[in-house]
Design a protein around this ligand. Structure first.
Ligand SMILES: [Zn+2]
Length: 416
């Protein structure tokens, strides 16, 4: 009857429009009031729309760039992540920008940075952000490391970050591999500690020699291509500080919503989700695999040649030889191993070798992750001499001072 009644009205549905407008006005006023209540002094803040509680044991690896699972976000939901800090000069500005918008993010700290600036780690906790870790020294070699090499890098990063915190439980069991250079050793070790490995859904290239405007443009362009996701940024870059207010303003203008991610604890159960909510590609999708975003030469059009990104922007001290400046071809994705071998000319001598390689390649192809990226991806543009501050940190860095660090509370991480 109701449907028929609407159909029989037959006149311009001005009443509907009026009611809709009033409802819209009401909800707009309501949301504005809610934002004001949520973010005192900043009535037009972007705000944080919800908190997502995740269980690392149920979902040990995530991020569409490398894994088959990512955070179960709804359309237009965004998770902000910042790596490589704390570095007071820029991290403090990032914190202020986020506070002005009442936005909660996840920070992946480097142990060495936490040791140099423990106050910076406490500021993250005081502001209510999620804190994960990002190794002790940020070596860009996790894809080649043995288990014995992985362990101290992961452990010390956790130990120095924990030591900086007033409340050690403020550290979340989240870990991001430097340079996203995933490998079996780090994945196994992280799983044994109950750590959740975070890759990302998209980047904004804020470690490259590009302008803040370009960082903003890339962040929004890549977000719109996905419609939602985990954005990887760095809180140690001037261009990120420059870009962030514009990124947040545009997120608000385009009705994106910020999600704050925290780890489940005995007192805080995981947000109910369905297993398929975590899949990067639903079973019905035809696209078989995520792809790395290509860095095209045109992306350099807005490059700021004065603001030169250095290798140590990523916090590692082992500076490899400088790659050629003329090579603009992205390091990722690498050619598929299977097709390379399948297309190679075969001889009798090489047939058994090729067979073994093909079997190996086949097993790699079936693996639930993309291959580790070349270190070059995060090590471009070419190496620069270490900054004075890095040298200072490097000098201050002796062998791990066991007595200075608080005990590693890995046991408490396992429980969560
Ligand atoms: Zn990093």
């Amino acid at each position: 009857m109701r449907d028929r009644g609407w159909a029989c009205v037959g006149r311009p549905s001005w009443l509907v429009l009026l009611l809709g407008a009033l409802a819209g006005l009401g909800s707009s006023v309501g949301s504005s009031r809610a934002a004001e209540a949520d973010c005192p002094g900043h009535p037009n803040a972007l705000g944080t729309s919800r908190t997502l509680v995740v269980d690392p044991h149920e979902h040990p690896r995530l991020g569409a760039m490398q894994y088959k699972e990512t955070l179960p976000l709804r359309d237009h939901e965004v998770v902000l992540t910042f790596d490589d800090g704390p570095l007071p000069k820029y991290s403090n500005q990032i914190l202020k920008i986020l506070a002005d918008q009442c936005v909660k993010a996840t920070f992946f700290t480097i142990g060495r940075q936490a040791k140099a600036d423990p106050e910076g780690v406490r500021k993250l906790a005081a502001a209510g952000h999620t804190i994960g870790t990002h190794s002790q020294n940020h070596p860009l070699s996790f894809n080649r490391m043995t288990p014995d090499q992985v362990k101290p890098e992961v452990d010390q990063g956790i130990a120095w970050t924990t030591a900086a915190l007033t409340d050690p439980s403020a550290l979340s069991p989240f870990f991001r591999v430097p340079g996203l250079l995933r490998g079996d050793a780090v994945e196994s070790y992280a799983a044994s500690l109950g750590l959740q490995l975070w890759s990302a859904d998209f980047l904004a290239d804020d470690w490259r020699s590009i302008s803040g405007a370009k960082v903003h443009e890339l962040a929004i362009k890549r977000l719109e291509a996905r419609g939602k996701g985990i954005l990887l940024l760095h809180d140690i870059q001037a261009r990120t500080v420059a870009a962030l207010p514009k990124i947040l303003a545009e997120l608000k203008a385009k009705n994106y919503r910020i999600v704050h991610v925290v780890a489940a604890t005995p007192d805080r159960p995981a947000t109910p989700t369905e297993p398929e909510d975590w899949l990067v590609h639903r079973p019905s999708d035809e696209t078989p695999i995520a792809r790395w975003p290509a860095i095209t030469p045109t992306d350099l059009s807005g490059a700021d040649t004065n603001a030169r990104a250095a290798l140590d922007d990523f916090g590692h001290l082992e500076v490899p030889p400088a790659p050629s400046r003329t090579v603009l071809k992205p390091a990722w994705p690498r050619p598929a191993i299977t097709s390379r071998i399948a297309n190679a000319p075969r001889s009798k001598a090489s047939s058994s070798l090729a067979k073994d390689s093909l079997a190996k390649a086949s097993s790699i192809a079936k693996a639930p992750a993309l291959p580790a990226p070349s270190g070059d991806l995060f090590a471009w543009p070419p190496a620069a001499p270490l900054s004075a501050q890095r040298r200072q940190v490097a000098r201050a860095e002796g062998p791990p001072a066991k007595q200075a660090a608080r005990p590693v509370r890995l046991a408490s991480l396992r429980k969560r």
